[in-house]
Design a protein around this ligand. Sequence first.
Ligand SMILES: [Zn+2]
Length: 116
Amino acid sequence: MRPHKFNSEKKIIVICPNPDCQQKLRIPQIRSTLKVDCPKCNTTFYYTYPYGIGKRKSKWYHKKWFAILLLFIFPPVGFVLLWNDLKSKIYARVGLSIAFGLLFIIWLIIILIIIQ
Ligand SMILES: [Zn+2]
C-alpha cells in the first residue's frame, strides 16, 4: 500500500471527552477546529489545535488575557469581560468589583490630570 498524502500528516492523540468512554483517538494535527466523532460512543466534539477539546476552555484563556490587557487600557471594558467569565465565582466577582472599581477611579483621575 502506497503512503497516502493524508497519512504523512502529523497525528495527535486526543481522549474522548465522554467520561464513560475516554477512548484514545488519533486525529490530524491541523491549526483549526476539527469535528471529531468518537467511533466507540458516538460522541461528537470539537478539537482545536493547540487549545484542546472544547471551545469554552480556549476562549476562557483567550478572554482572560484579553480582559487583563484591556483592564490596563480601558478598565470598564476589561472589567465587563472578566465579570462575564466569572459566572460561578461570586467571591472573585465581589473582589474584582472592589479592585477594579478603585482602579477605574484611579484611571479616571489620571485621565483628568492628563487632560488638564
Ligand atoms: Zn467516546
